[in-house]
Design a protein around this ligand. Sequence first.
Ligand code: SF4
Length: 443
Amino acid sequence: MKYALVNPKWSFEGSTYFGCAEAHFPLELLSAREVLRQAGHEVLLVDAWMEDLTPQQVRQRLNSFDEDFLVIPTAPSYLFWRCPQPELRVPQQWIAALDRESKKIVIGPHGSVTPLATLRKTGADIVLRGEPDQTLPQLASMPWEMIAGCVWRDDAGRISATPGLGATDMRAIGTLDYSDYPVEKHSHLHHIFAGNGADHLRRGAEVEFARGCPYSCTFCNKTLFRNKYRERELNAVVAEIDHLIARGVEYIYFIDEIFGVGKQVRELLEEIAKRPIAIGFQTRIDLWDEASIDLLARAHCMSFECGVESITDEGRDAMNKNCRITTERITELLVYARQRIPWVQANLIKVREDDPVQVAAWQANLKSKGVWVSEPVPMFPFPGSPEYVTTFGAQPDETAWERAHEFYLQLFVDKGFSDIQDQQPLTLQQLEAMDEEMVCVSC
Ligand code: SF4
């Protein structure tokens, strides 16, 4: 069968989205392509964001390929599945504009929690809930009733759904093939900031070493995908890094939920230390000590972002952070890291257990030592997080995204938007009603 995998050109005007708005590798599509090819399918991958293509230009490529299945994600790259834009405007717009006869499949965080609303809003035929890498090929080889997390509309408009969620065996994801991918267009260096020791780096890439996380922080939107911790084969990852270096990549950002947990991390870092490549990632400071931070420095770590969340044990406990070190030790390790790594960041979340005066003092102390500390911000109660259930007292239903979005906007009504929300966001209904106008603009 023929599968066309299309990463649309993303835009976030009026959105509460606070992730990075630059183009990144569509790792969910590159990864799915490996598994589809292993199963003997023909695959066309089009990254309209990286290549700056209009729907009309993509349609021409699809016409030549003549796909059976068209796959579109609802969030840009696996990197942002845990903090996606709440609205489905872009996939709505692209599915309408591409106007294909093939079966249209949507993958991503939206359909994973609200499959019926996602089918209705996007006009797709199939939603695959959870991780789609291994369920996509099953659509061509199995009765759909046997595929975990498959929700579809038949020709008569009837909806069927199977229980479960796709969850990928990460050892099945071999070295990703970039031979026909425009790596050279990826000049963005994720989470690198000018004037902070990495200005010499020219070309960036993203790599996935491991998926999931063994912790269960209340605010974390990972219960429906990328949940259980799984590592790829080390050799496959190192080979991928070598291919990227050969294409001129000088900096790799690991998209892992939590870099630093796994059994093979030290071995990976030793391999990276031998190569002309710098790295960045998100992690928890309590996974590291002085010796492993020294190893990070040898592995040319340029960007070290840590979710600290709260400056008190009580605050961290309230978020089920399961942090096993004290605030004093956290401070000590962040400062030690900053003496060896150009960009060290500590993220905070607004919690009632933390006294704002003490937070300001902690921020000032760390900033004086070169560590960047975020302002404590309220979290969006993502429908795949335990926080959603606590906030609304029920499991998410098909209006979960609308409910969470409305709640989040209300948090800012009196106080104005924070440093990560520098505009007045629209309601979800307004955002998703913008698609008709944007189809015309993009075509
Ligand atoms: S440690 Fe990070 S990735 Fe893991 S559950 Fe907590 S917030 Fe999520």
